[in-house]
Write a protein that binds this ligand. Structure first.
Ligand code: CU
Length: 685
């Protein structure tokens, strides 16, 4: 039972065949019964040394890692199997009392529905609220958090809030049933506790964003806008490897982390220079700020608890992505360990991004402009009410960005006048305050493995000797030498950045080459000291963490975050206080949005964006985009935009027809230049 196809690269994504073989090997090892579920199955990545030393043709030991859960007993195991050798290599039990639980599975939605609807007390609580047609009630499988409540230790629990769906087309989020929550044990298959705190009216009005009777007729003001690349896109794809302009990278897709980018490199004058070995959003948490007895526990770790990769959308050309698109399918395991294919899961395309550089010279008359472009690698996942888009951008000038787009439907509650923890959205509905906090794990490799981090702040200089007129300002550069020194917060007022340098690689002016992490610096986790979510989501209490690389240190909040009491992940990693100065290091960055829902977020929310930027600082010896050709569009002619001297000179050259005709006139250029792309650039720069 060995995998039939030899993988093309040690980091190649698991194929459907390989998932099949993995299940067969694990089953043959006696580890699978009727009640066994694959709570996770993914590639066990080979060590970094092995990957970096790999040359095509080298034999690869292909391994998978699985988390198995017996839904009859609650027993859980981590299993490592070799597809190459056809053997199970490791089986380790998970102590669910101390370590936490395997992630919530898609099957749990159905299980929870069956359990609460057969519980007489829950049915009575619904009846008390006038809800007697159980077929219209939609219980949600919500992660329980961990509060040390007696009797909950080691249990596989969900806490269940419900919504009403009037008919199949009606979106239930508009009809929250509040004041009652069921605590459900998924293994014993029963409600272990019902909290019936308060009878609140269930909001009745329907707000269906896909119903023309509700939204009104579509507006007719917009003409078609298409992206045309007559010669095709500028990227090429070979298996999981992407080449675009000077960029090289490899994609992965994990059931838990979703999109993973490997070996991000920039070809600089023919030399392939590594920047990041591995980049992924390792965890996120959505903590709610409503302390009511039925909601205080709400905090969803959508990656570790809900496996965001498993919830990936299948995208549609022209709707989700515009232009010349390349789609990668995702191959994921079902809870039975079978492969399933999500078509068009990962989107790859390039976008115009306005002006990259421009100068009109008053002395030489030269007028030059070059346009910016970016390569976009993205996917969308839906987790219950919310939809999240993860967009990685690579720019012609060496900049890298991640933008996370939150959209979908807010988690609702009935409006209670005077509630300081929610905003009123409609006459009946409120949106409880909450945050969306993400942690990106950046396994850095700037020009090699020996990296270090400097914190750079803008600082004022006091008036005095050497600064007699008080105009001076400078910057402070602090090297973060140990893990304990590198737990840091953003300081937007000082333009604080964290520069990842390679002390062993120098640029033309003799300085270590570097890439700066530019944070947006929003609020960190707002829950108070001593709160459960602060222990469990400690990663979200600081913007920056830096660790010495260790292959097992993958998850910001630990591996089994579901029901985990806290302390796992980053706090445990940095407690080792290793040196991070000139070492192989991993940079972990927390960013996010604090969401006070607006009426405009209803009934479906315009995307709310957040992210960060990685910008070369002394990585290149000069502007790396000098060699861009001047003309990148048939609409643009050199000198056409010129003003002053340059305009005159080129005006003669172009002749009168340059400005003629509405299709090629200045207005159209103005539209391009100041269009959506440029505007969005401002928003997240
Ligand atoms: Cu939100």
């Amino acid at each position: 039972m060995q995998a039939s196809v030899t993988p093309r690269h040690p980091l190649a994504r698991l194929t459907a065949d390989e998932i099949d073989v993995a299940r067969q090997i694990i089953t043959a090892g006696g580890l699978v019964t009727d009640s066994t579920r694959f709570a996770y199955l993914g590639l066990a990545e080979p060590s970094k040394d092995e990957v970096l030393a790999y040359t095509p043709g080298t034999p690869i030991d292909r391994r998978v890692r699985a988390v198995l859960l017996d839904v009859a007993t609650g027993a859980a195991h981590v299993v490592i199997a070799s597809l190459t050798k056809g053997t199970v290599e490791q089986v380790e039990p998970i102590d669910t009392r101390t370590q936490g639980q395997p992630a919530i599975m898609d099957d749990d939605l159905i299980t929870v529905d069956e359990i609460v609807k057969s519980d007489p007390e829950w049915v009575a609580a619904m009846a008390k609220r006038g809800l007697t047609d159980l077929d219209k009630i939609r219980p949600c499988p919500l992660s329980p958090g961990e509060f040390g409540f007696p009797g909950e230790e080691g249990r596989r629990l969900l806490r269940v809030l419900s919504f009403v769906q009037n008919r199949p087309e009606d979106h239930p989020w508009a009809h929250p049933v509040d004041g009652v929550v069921a605590y459900v044990d998924l293994i014993e298959r029963k409600v272990v506790k019902l909290i019936d705190h308060r009878v609140l009216p269930v909001p009745q009005r329907e707000h269906n964003h896909d119903d023309p009777a509700y939204t009104g007729p579509p507006r007719t003001t917009l003409k078609p806008l298409d992206i045309v690349q007559p010669e095709g896109p500028s990227f090429t794809v070979d298996g999981d490897e992407i080449s675009w302009d000077h960029w090289r990278l490899r994609i992965g897709f994990d059931a838990r982390e979703g999109l993973v980018l490997y070996q991000i490199r920039y070809v600089d004058n023919g030399r392939e220079r590594p920047i990041i070995y591995r980049a992924s959003v390792g965890e996120m948490v959505v903590p709610y700020g409503d302390p009511s007895p039925t909601r205080f526990w709400q905090s969803y770790f959508d990656i570790g608890e809900y496996l965001i990769g498993q919830q990936v959308n299948s995208l549609e050309l022209g709707c989700d992505c515009l232009g010349e698109i390349y789609y990668f399918d995702a191959v994921l395991p079902t809870t039975r360990g079978e492969p399933r294919v999500v078509k068009n899961a990962i989107c790859l395309h390039e976008e115009d991004f306005g002006v990259l550089w421009k100068h009109t010279d008053i002395f030489t008359g030269s007028s030059e402009v070059r346009r910016q472009r970016r390569l976009v690698v993205s996917y969308f996942a839906t987790i219950g009410n919310y939809d999240y888009g993860f967009y990685w951008y690579f720019y012609l000038d060496g900049t890298i960005q991640l933008e996370v787009k939150a959209t979908g439907v807010i988690f609702t509650a009935p409006h209670i006048p005077g509630n300081p923890y929610a905003s009123q959205i409609t006459d009946e509905i409120a949106g409880p305050f909450h945050q969306h906090l993400y942690n990106v794990r950046l396994d850095m490799m700037v020009d090699g493995l020996t990296n270090a981090v400097e914190e750079i702040d803008a600082v004022r200089v006091r008036t005095g000797p050497g600064n007699e007129y008080g105009n001076a300002f400078t910057r402070s550069v602090t090297r973060l030498r140990r893990e304990s020194e590198a737990v840091r917060d953003a300081h937007p007022g000082a333009s604080r950045v964290w520069k990842i340098i390679n002390p062993n690689s120098r640029n033309a002016v003799g300085q270590p080459v570097g890439y700066a992490l530019i944070p947006q610096g929003g609020p960190l986790l707002l829950a108070d000291e001593g709160s459960s979510v602060r222990r469990r989501g400690a990663f979200a209490t600081h913007h920056l963490w830096v660790t010495r690389y260790h292959p097992d240190e993958r998850y910001p909040a630990g591996e089994f975050i579901n029901a985990n009491p806290g302390g796992a992940g980053l706090p445990a990693y940095v407690a080792q206080d290793r040196s991070i100065d000139g070492e192989d290091i991993v940079v972990w960055h927390t960013f996010g949005i604090t969401h006070f829902p607006r009426p405009e977020d209803w009934p479906v929310m315009p995307v709310d964006c957040c992210g960060f930027t990685l910008k070369p600082i002394g990585f290149f010896d000069r502007n790396p985009a000098l060699d861009l050709p001047a003309v990148t569009s048939t609409h643009c002619r050199p000198g056409h935009h010129g003003s002053g001297h340059a305009g005159h000179e080129h005006g003669r050259h172009d002749g009168g027809h340059a400005h003629a005709g509405p299709e090629h006139g200045g207005h159209e250029h103005g539209g391009h230049e100041h269009g959506g792309h440029e505007h969005s650039g401002h928003e997240h720069s």
